[in-house]
Design a protein around this ligand. Structure first.
Ligand SMILES: NC(=O)c1ccc[n+]([C@@H]2O[C@H](COP(=O)([O-])OP(=O)(O)OC[C@H]3O[C@@H](n4cnc5c(N)ncnc54)[C@H](O)[C@@H]3O)[C@@H](O)[C@H]2O)c1
Ligand SMILES: [Zn+2]
Length: 370
């Protein structure tokens, strides 16, 4: 597959998402096209920089005024890191016309995005996502932010990038577990928005996991298109955009209940999608046939950490806490069929408990790992 460009309409203007091999080497072209003429500051993590920093510098033809690295562990996604990065920017001479290039996964993107949104009341931002999650999801749509001890992503703002430059080749160094974790987010797009993507994942999963260029490029392109189409119709998540939270209600609670240590985000979403599909079946929102297709595809990706260490009571407590921080409303997204989901569904606590018990049953019959 050749180069793909997907345009995202936002209130601040339209920006391109460019997907293609060798894009990292051509980064200067995207900056030139976007008339991004200010001094360029790269924000990344030591690990990503070690792997891809040289290529990025070559791609930018050396036009980099400063490089700021921070540890991109989820626990470092906080206000302290934002302050540290901002102070380093000042000391390195960044000013209002500077451009921040975020090179990394979702953590780097969310932190660098929030820095770009707030530094000098806002500077321009370019995303160069390096994980599957970041290429299919977090680099598109303008959500930026950090965590508080009280919960994830509670501080943040919307700040759209000038351009997103994805190069699937950078995924070659991603640990296999992180790659699979990203696949669960890709499945999410299939379930809520794109039947052809879902079918493709059913038939060609092995090629995608092997990162066969045509397969991985198709998946990134279709996910980016689905995300763009949803966020441009609902930039600030007042309605439609909520469907992208499919699998995330229980997913977030699972992450919080295990102190963000047991699951990668996508894995928690994998369990969350299984739970929401169970609930959807109980509420007769989705047919058994479609529900089984979802169960099977998630099982085929496999590798979900088992839930034996997760106490259902803790998960329910976190769901309740989540409800409090969201104005007493838990936004359940349930699948109706492949490529259609319904958001804002009220789910009785008893059903949630039942779903958690269903998850425990799945635990006893481990999902296949291939
Ligand atoms: N803003 C949004 O819309 C949005 C959407 C989804 C997720 N998120 C956020 O994204 C974060 C998760 O992001 P993630 O899944 O990309 O993980 P991540 O950013 O935590 O990265 C995972 C690990 O992979 C490493 N890494 C990154 N690129 C690599 C590469 N090419 N090769 C080798 N190692 C590499 C990182 O250093 C890190 O150790 C969460 O904080 C989540 O809240 C935000
Ligand atoms: Zn997610």
């Amino acid at each position: 597959m050749a180069q793909q460009t997907i345009f995202v309409r936002a209130s601040t203007g339209t920006y391109p998402v460019a997907i293609g091999r060798e894009n990292l080497h051509r980064l200067h072209q995207f900056l030139a096209k976007g008339e991004l003429s200010g001094s360029v500051f790269v924000v990344s993590s030591p690990r990503v920089w070690r792997l891809w920093g040289r290529q990025l510098l070559l791609g930018l033809r050396g036009h980099v005024a400063g490089t700021i690295l921070f540890d991109d562990a989820e626990r470092a996604k906080n206000l302290q890191t934002v302050e540290t990065v901002c102070r380093q920017l000042v000391r390195a001479g960044a000013e209002r016309e500077s451009v921040i290039v975020a090179l990394g996964g979702g953590v780097v993107g969310d932190v660098a995005g929030f820095v770009a949104a707030s530094f000098m009341r806002g500077v321009r931002l370019v995303h160069v996502p390096t994980t599957l999650v970041a290429q299919v999801d977090s680099s598109i749509g303008g959500k930026t932010g950090v965590n508080l001890p009280e919960g994830k992503n509670l501080i943040g703002s919307f700040h759209q990038p000038q351009v997103v430059v994805s190069d699937p080749q950078v995924l070659s160094t991603l640990p296999a577990r992180h790659f699979r974790s990203g696949l669960f987010e890709a499945i999410k797009y299939g379930v809520v928005a794109d039947r052809a993507l879902f079918t493709f994942l059913e038939t060609s999963l092995a090629d995608v996991i092997a990162q066969k260029p045509s397969a991985i490029e198709l998946v990134i392109g279709r996910c980016a298109t689905a995300k763009a189409s949803v966020v441009q119709r609902d930039e600030r998540e007042t309605g439609l955009r909520q469907i992208l939270n499919f699998g995330h209600t229980i997913g977030h609670a699972l992450e919080a209940a295990t102190d963000y240590e047991l699951f990668l985000h996508g894995e928690a979403v994998g369990w969350g999608m299984l739970a929401a599909t169970h609930i959807g079946m109980r509420l007769r929102k989705i047919s058994g046939g479609d529900a089984n297709r979802i169960f099977r595809l998630i099982g085929k990706v496999g590798g979900l950490p088992d839930l034996s260490e997760v106490e259902p009571g803790r998960v329910l407590r976190h769901l309740r806490a989540d409800k409090k921080t969201r104005y007493g409303r838990l936004r359940w997204v349930l699948p109706r069929q492949i490529a259609r989901a319904e958001s804002g569904v009220k789910v009785p606590d008893t059903l949630v408990r039942q779903a958690l018990e269903e998850l425990a049953e799945i635990r006893e019959q481990p999902l296949p790992t291939k």
